[in-house]
Write a new protein. Structure first.
Length: 408
């Protein structure tokens, strides 16, 4: 209990109370009108708990490991979100893909409620469950973020965490997800058993994955196995700062500082206290746009109407991803040949690599799902030229509209 602490400032623990037999007995604050959400993102719970027993995680500590909300309850909250114009749903589940049959029901529900695909989703997934069936289901969602916990590759951490990850299987499953989106992978810095050398090896493996990688500083959460066995692992905990780890039996404070230095040297930036991020742009190193140019690009893409463009077969528009104030990534899919194409629109700079340019922007591209030895696909050139011409016309449309507004 974070609100009740002992004389040393440590959180105290109350007796286990378990969970209700049905989570539907818990009222929904959304459906009861108890909260007003000011953002376009809604947090929707599908279950509570986890079937596994990782020593750092509080999700698996309840006596009944997993309890679910009914699909009727999930449907009611999604309807509530759609009626109020929400755009994004954060799926609150420790393992969103734990049950393939349930996942299929959820995807069919979303397709029925939201045929225009106005909702996007983010979820935490477990790599062991990913297979061809799940990939086919997940790609039917507007999945904006898929987070997988790798945590560490150090075998010494596996012993205390009570979880073993087979690295080559993990890599193959990231490649499956990579068929339709770029996965996110999370690491934990400072797990008991780790060392600077072991942490460096974890980063080296993560660097081989086609994924965006985040690092989180180990936090010793009350009620977890690590918290209960903190003396066994000689855990030195900063109780005044979110229970962050300072040292363990396997590394000192100085060693932890070295791990932080290793992360910085590998290109990670501390985006929040205790959180580092490294996003792969795969060669898309471009200058930032000023706010005016970024807004102009946004208006041009709206004028172009990406979902209404007659893309040449077999390509179809999938989604737009924004690397804020740097570039827009228009993702196309070729379902027939299971490949993807990203059109990357950035500020015009004749010194930067590009396929073509419009009046104000560079257009580059990258493919996925084709072997490097396949050579250039000749069907891409007319597609790219057509997109660039359309973008140029959209620029004129936006500028003409602005001039007309000024005259009136």
């Amino acid at each position: 209990d974070y609100r009740r602490r002992d004389d040393a400032g440590r959180p105290t623990r109350h007796d286990d109370v378990g969970r209700p037999g049905s989570l539907d007995d818990l009222p929904s604050p959304y459906l009861m009108g108890l909260v007003e959400v000011e953002t376009k993102t809604l947090y929707v719970e599908t279950d509570r708990g986890c079937p596994y027993s990782c020593a750092f995680c509080v999700e698996s500590t309840a006596p009944n490991k997993v309890s679910q909300f009914s699909m009727d309850r999930v449907e009611a909250e999604l309807r509530w979100a759609l009626e109020r114009g929400f755009e994004h749903i954060e799926m609150c589940s420790a393992i969103f893909n734990r049950d393939s049959d349930w996942l299929e029901q959820f995807v069919e529900l979303v397709e029925r409620l939201d045929p225009k695909r106005s909702l996007s989703f983010s979820a935490a997934l477990y790599s062991n469950y990913v297979d061809e069936r799940q990939v086919a289901l997940l790609r039917r969602l507007e999945l904006k973020s898929a987070l997988f916990g790798l945590n560490s590759t150090n075998s010494e951490t596996f012993k205390s965490v009570r979880r073993v990850i087979r690295l080559e299987q993990f890599r193959k499953r990231m490649e499956l997800i990579g068929q339709f989106m770029r996965p996110e992978v999370s690491l934990i810095m400072g797990l008991p058993g780790d060392t600077p050398e072991g942490f460096a090896k974890t980063l080296a493996f993560a660097d081989t994955l086609a994924a965006d990688v985040m690092i989180f500083r180990f936090m010793v959460l009350p009620a977890t196995l690590y918290y209960e066995q903190r003396e066994r692992y000689a855990l030195e905990i900063d109780f005044a700062n979110d229970n962050r780890i300072l040292s363990t039996h396997s590394y000192s404070r100085e060693d932890f500082a070295e791990m932080e230095a290793i992360a910085r040297a590998a290109g990670y930036e501390e985006v929040n206290p205790g959180q580092w991020s490294k996003r792969r742009d795969q060669g898309m190193e471009v200058a930032a746009m000023d706010k005016r140019t970024w807004n102009f690009l946004y208006l041009c893409l709206r004028a172009l109407g990406l979902d209404a463009v007659a893309w040449p077969a077999p390509w179809r528009f999938d989604r737009v991803l924004l690397e804020v104030e740097r570039y827009a990534q228009i993702r196309l899919r070729d379902d027939r040949n299971n490949r993807g194409l990203d059109l990357l629109v950035s500020r015009r700079d004749d010194a930067s690599p590009r396929f073509a340019h419009s009046g104000y922007f560079n257009v580059a591209y990258r493919e996925s799902g084709r072997s490097q030895g396949d050579g250039e696909d000749p069907s891409l050139r007319p597609l790219l030229e057509g997109f660039t011409a359309g973008l140029t016309q959209a620029e004129r449309t936006v500028l003409d509209h602005k001039r007309s507004e000024r005259r009136s």
